[in-house]
Design a protein. Structure first.
Lengths: 241, 241
């Protein structure tokens, strides 16, 4: 496991698993201005790519799992999913950690305002990330692109990773072929983005966390599928039927 | 793993994992008469119970997974599911190993004829098993009842196990509380029986085999759920939120 700090709004103690690559202390308010600059978005993507590359070059890693921690990060996820799929904020925005009806309305409005303010252009994925994304979304884009570059599957966890996969696909179409939907989060944007990515989720257990747990739960399924394809005898081979 | 022969219509070589408890060589044609006698059904149930009990008493077993092998055994499964849920054969009968449209019609008719011939009474579950069940269905009923007796969860695999769980619940209502749906088979009877049992399947991967593979794939999920309930700290415990 590798924990990458690209944007925590505070200082973190050193830890053997923590890689410090802070781009900035949290993003700006996407409904008032850009979440970050284009250069910051690129740096966060590269930080994610760097961690993935280091893991892959360390040897023995044949699967990557994305996860995230970030306060309020289902808001930029919803905005990204709306920008890349065309679904309105009412459909892509959910309750996240469990907000009430009034806060949900506010959240939908924030996403609407952000889309109106920036008119994000899906043909410019890095620009969209800078306008309405989060630093963790950007870092996960880097992980996905690096997995695809090395031909290594990347299991997504949660709606933040789903949104990042949409951005990655917009940057490099073939990256979508290396992505596996570990599970489908209960967030409404998850269903919309996985459908857009044409990814059937391996698990649908009404989970809402995105820290990698759902991706991790799917690992035995991916391993079993790989072994079935590679090792299982056909009925013909064993002389049946 | 333990393989129990309750009704193979032939001789099997000895094998360390094979337990011989043949009740009869295959069942009778359920559309023409009873599949087996009441006593034979009871013996098959007891054979399944015996294997489960032996496994549980050997120590270290805290989970049972059911599986089956049997030719044409989705036909009695469909008949049992119709008998216990009231859904007509057209809804409970599926393509099994992949039969064509004409054979499917024949299969639906066989199930219809069986139900008309026997008028199975769900209040007499052993009688229903004898009339329209299979020896493997009966043996799995024994495994489920024994799991419930010992307070051990039983993961079901496939539509044959789903049908057996309906019989087990009719015999002992509380047994349904120990049953976990490992996955939902693509057989239409699976959806109907799991809904009747109020069991959300852990996996829905369009699998059709019932030899235990789907149940086995669900084991890491059950283990993770148990560990989450038993070992995971709450936000309060770690001083967050």
């Amino acid at each position: 496991m590798s924990v990458l700090d690209v944007g925590v709004a505070g200082e973190l103690e050193r830890h053997p698993l923590l890689r410090a690559a802070k781009v900035r202390r949290g993003t700006g308010d996407l409904s008032r201005g850009p979440a970050m600059s284009r250069e910051e978005a690129a740096r966060a993507v590269m930080a994610g790519a760097g961690v993935a590359e280091e893991l892959l070059q360390s040897g023995g890693v044949d699967l990557l799992i994305t996860g995230d921690m970030g306060i309020a990060n289902t808001t930029p996820a919803a905005a990204l999913i709306s920008a890349f799929t065309g679904h309105p904020p009412e459909e892509t925005t959910g309750r996240g950690t469990g907000i009430d009806e009034a806060t949900l309305k506010l959240k939908v409005n924030v996403v609407k305002e952000a889309l109106e303010l920036h008119s994000p252009d899906p043909e410019d994925p890095l620009g969209v990330l800078a306008q309405i994304g989060g630093l963790e979304h950007a870092a996960i884009v880097g992980v996905i692109l690096t997995g695809a570059l090395y031909g290594i599957p990347v299991i997504l966890d949660g709606v933040v990773s789903n949104a990042a996969a949409l951005v990655a696909r917009a940057l490099a179409l073939h990256s979508a072929g290396y992505v596996i939907a570990g599970h489908r989060s209960a967030e409404p944007g998850a269903r919309i983005s996985l459908r857009a990515l044409d990814l059937p989720p391996l698990l649908e257990l009404e989970m809402r966390l995105g820290e990698g747990t759902g991706g991790l739960l799917a690992v035995p399924l991916v391993q079993a599928a790989a072994r079935t394809l590679a090792e299982m005898a056909t009925l013909e081979e064993i002389g049946v039927g």
